[in-house]
Design a protein around this ligand. Sequence first.
Ligand code: AMP
Length: 542
Amino acid sequence: MHGLMQDWPLLCHKIIDYAAQQHGQREIISRSVEGPIVRTNYGEVRNRALRLAQALDRDGFELGDRIATLGWNTARHMEAWYGIMGIGAIYHTLNPRLFPEQIAWIMNHAEDKAIFVDLTFMPIIEAIADKVPSLRKIIVMTDAAHMPKESKLDLVCYEDFVGASDGDFTWREFDENTAAGMCYTSGTTGDPKGVLYSHRSNVIHALIGSLPDALDIASNEIIMPVVPMFHANAWGIAMAAPLTGATIVNPGGMMDGASIYELLDTEKVSFTAAVPTVWLMLLAYLEETGKKLPYLNRVVIGGSACPRAMTQKFQDDYDVDVVHAWGMTEMSPLGTLGSLKPEYADFEGDARLDIQEKQGYAPFGVEMKITDDDNVPCPWDGKTFGKLKVRGPAVAKAYFGGAGKEQFDAEGWFDTGDVAHINEYGYMQITDRAKDVIKSGGEWISTIDLENLAVGHPDVQEAAVIGIAHPKWDERPLLICIRKEGKTPGREDILGFMEGKIAKWWMPDDVAFVDEIPHTATGKIQKTELRKQFADYSFPTA
Ligand code: AMP
């Protein structure tokens, strides 16, 4: 017997409809690509998204078409997302930090039919447009006055495109399982793989993400998603914020410490989210200038492990709570968040930081397990490492075009490629990417733990650990560090600092100092590249 409740499909445009109706005046503030801070609101964003949908429809775009976006976090980018989804087409976010050839490869794989592009990224589109035969329309997200003067391409001005329709349009109707969005994983090895979100998964993810022990979003919140919309949907904020009526402050393309600080301060941002590298820049700026963060209550840090020292600095020096989070493009992306359950509510100092160093626990809608090499579940004892597997309504069940089949099993579990342990209260801690973990004498050493510890040294700016072949132990850890400007710590200073804080056999065999550590397009340390750089290295003691 079926229930007798209404059939109300979970469609993304219902989110922007809701925001316009209940929170229509709430602002969306953006640092525009042209420079000035631009203010609009949910009512306006919906109105313009409708006109954009009407224009796409008029031009023959339809259900299932992939329409790319290559843009910073701005109100226009949001309008494009909702407008595209509103005709049943699919917004496909492209990461501008990839090489142009990679972007072209991805666009061809997705068969993108149109692209919304920011002025900043015109050189990319100029370089690759003729290599993407499916591309029919290039819409530059600016006004007539700022349109590129010289281009070999046939460009459409965003404001003209939106302005040409009157908004007398209704969102198209379709099933909630219709594809809504698309994002390719960064692909540190092999070709990038396409993740295809549905309307249903996006809406459910926005609901899950808004929960108090998740991102904890409400209409009185002023949110700055520094994490880009092209990096795993800005962690869901572009949907969770309108779903709850929160104010959004978009940083546009300026992510340096001074620019981020300026918006945090002038817009009185209460909550923000980004990868650790962004916060390194902000904290360095605050240290330099002596400025404080009086309005900010909470910062969500994820994408790569949040160093303990960073959590401590935010909390002790700036009175800002840190929520450590883990997720993946394949998970829409939220997987776990480090809000403190009642069991930990009274924890203070180091005991609290011990918990916050973990990536947190899974909200409703994310099932999680760890298994050994024989696929046998590992105990949740806080120390046994295993392969981390997940399933849920906002977790991918396949990649676009059928790549990567081996990551999905018959029971619906997705193998994340991460290695983790989980404690008795469900708090998960990533110890490594499966391919980065160091195997020394048959035992595993967590490179993330070592990196976190090393960046706790006051003179270390950034640290990475890789395994180097060793005649006796198979592999031993090499610590690679960037020194803070003007500081000159040596090998012994750093190893001395780490001693006693980890098991003796985890101690790196050597320390190498470098000026730069390579990062992927989503801000993760590029260990494949480091391993290449240190391919000829051998330990002095080996
Ligand atoms: P992406 O899909 O680009 O967001 O990358 C997902 C991967 O980033 C995960 O599988 C993890 O390896 C890594 N990651 C994300 N968040 C964290 C975190 N808080 N700590 C450690 N690794 C993380």
